[in-house]
Design a protein around this ligand. Sequence first.
Ligand SMILES: Nc1ncnc2c1ncn2[C@@H]1O[C@H](COP(=O)(O)OP(=O)(O)OP(=O)(O)O)[C@@H](O)[C@H]1O
Length: 293
Amino acid sequence: MSVIEIKNLTKQFGKARGIIDVNLNVEQGEIFGFIGPNGAGKSTTIRTLLGLIHPTSGSATIFGKSCFDHPEVRKELGYLPSEVFYYDNMRVIDLLKYSASFYKKDCTKRINELAEAMNLDLKKKINDLSFGNKKKVGIVQGLLHEPKLIILDEPTGGLDPLMQQKFFELIREENQKGATVFFSSHILTEVQKMCDRVAFIKEGKIIKLERISTLQENNYKRISLEAKSGISRDAFNLDGVSNFKVKENTAKFIYKGNVNTIIQKIAQLDLLNLSIEEPDLEEIFMHYYEKEG
Ligand SMILES: Nc1ncnc2c1ncn2[C@@H]1O[C@H](COP(=O)(O)OP(=O)(O)OP(=O)(O)O)[C@@H](O)[C@H]1O
């Protein structure tokens, strides 16, 4: 049984598109990335999965159960929403103890450990915290009960680079202890570093679901050329060429396919310069977005 199972999930907001026919499974022990631009449908998918909003059609389960029909499933998971709101007048520690009371177990030790790791002052009032520090409260709140599943919606917004690193260390530790992690992001580098598999969502639809290692091993090449005279787009009108950008006598593109074919094309030019490199995930991602668009 998968930890998360989303089947043909559709959510319409009146006439507005939310998500369309989303399918994905997250397996025990995975770190799964959910990536897409603003408004693509990441939060809608997560909120429907958590039973916070009703789907128009399809189903979403956690540990085989729908959160709508079995709200007790939420005790097994830690959720960090993309925006956190609190009763400003409370002290951090009181808020966290209140959250812990929901799980009916003593979380004091873990609260202290997490606060220390994230450099969070538990005695302060929420009112007096910066945006980034409020985010840390949300992180501690999501992890204090050592959940089996951690769902993070754009978790690093507002954290400085050092704290982002600390945060990912914490998530990795939880994963090594056995927690499954699902996190949405539009920052590719963090997904690339953290995740086993990634789903790309665009305009409410999943356009690609792949292992990070496969994406990187797919033998894409980033090719940059500088010729003595102007380069024509038509000369590179062949299968496997994408993201073609030409400016006078320079051209850049992504290529996937037989390298001999592309080398023969390139050899027809009178070149001043040439580079062939491995693209990063961002370029591979843009390749999918432009191609499948
Ligand atoms: N309550 C709502 N009422 C109407 N439309 C909504 C509502 N919530 C979301 N939408 C629409 O659903 C689509 C998906 O939004 P969603 O917030 O899930 O995107 P996202 O991928 O999480 O984006 P972001 O990275 O900006 O948070 C958007 O077009 C959005 O306008």
